[in-house]
Design a protein around this ligand. Sequence first.
Ligand SMILES: [Zn+2]
Length: 459
Amino acid sequence: MVDKAARTAFVCQQCGRAASRWLGQCPGCGAWNALVEEAVRETRARETRTGASAATPRPLVAVTAGDTVRRSTGLGELDRVLGGGLVQGSVVLVGGDPGIGKSTLALQACGALARQGLPVLYVAGEESPEQVRLRAERLGMAEAGVGDVHVLPETATEAVIEQLERMRPAAVVVDSIQTLHTGALASAPGSVGQVRESAALLVAHAKASGVACFLIGHVTKEGALAGPRVLEHLVDTVLYFEGDSGHALRVLRAVKNRFGSTNEVAVFEMGERGLAEVPNPSATFLAERPAGAPGSTVLATLEGSRPLLVEIQALVSRSALALPRRAAIGLDVGRVALLLAVLEKRLGMPLHDQDVFLNVAGGLQVDEPAADLAVVAAVASSARGRALGEDVAVWGEVGLTGEVRAVGRADARLREAARQGFRRCVLPAGNTRGIDAPAGVTAEGVTSLDQLFDVLELR
Ligand SMILES: [Zn+2]
């Protein structure tokens, strides 16, 4: 038995200073609670571990895409966010709130892979094999044949890797990475050091053996607590679930992907039989849109390569508070504050004594500036008590002087709006040049918020 103390060090996460024991304050930079236990490895050992020392330079032209082996998970939407399928030897972190559907998705993927005749290992750190079996039955996997899915109740990382070496599965799910612990560290399971070291061992094994690895990680509301965030740089792909457990729609977003584009999203609907793919997400996001209600606009947004129509809702009402409330769900609060200031200053819309609430229906998070014009239209529509036409879709970026700026992929947004039966699109004038609107849709370009208000009759 090697002396454990000699093989680990407490390393400051701020400045990198190492100490032999845990300290509340870093002697190097003075940061509090920044020291995390890490396993110490010889540099040479690390090189062999990742196989870096075996690599030789080769001409870029000689590198082909065929060097990565992909296979379908059997779930089309999951394949989509993964960049076209699961890459052999890749490590995918699936993060999200507890209860959002991470385990369900992982188990469904296991079933789908097993149906292709591939052996799959499900490492259950949180549930007993019986519970996993019951969940598989609820998901209808029993009738479809759970095939070659093996379940392993284990929380010791070394034991998991031992089983992986013995079984040699095509894919492994670790549910969850927070339950694993390695004997290399003395710190408690679930601590940052343990989570990171366990993940590092699994990553090394995946690279060496070619097993595709799904790590499930819980995120707290603060997004911290020994969270998956500390793993993001270790793994190949990071997928995060959005939406809340109270609603049926779930959005799975790629925030990092070494093997595909980021910001690709998959849309699922949670039902009794688990997560079902949503073939027409725009229609689903707009399904409960109220007819003729002020404060509702439809935004043609872009999620990765996919155009999506979503409803932006605004509620503007007289405030009883000295400091009126501003709240935005699914939108950047700072960006919303900026747009409200532009509305007030450039269009003389009195909002200083009004509470303003904004919401993206369906639980989607919209980050692109193209949402600006829809936010402004929704706020103005609610403030004026005037509904927009039901067949209008809006998008565009708004600048500080109230100018409307062009955004990317206007053609894709127009096509999606046409496909969903919209007849009018209000978009940046800079986007209308040289564009052919699909049949049945008119593209109305605006250069300023003044023009937007004229076109939508929001004066
Ligand atoms: Zn430090």
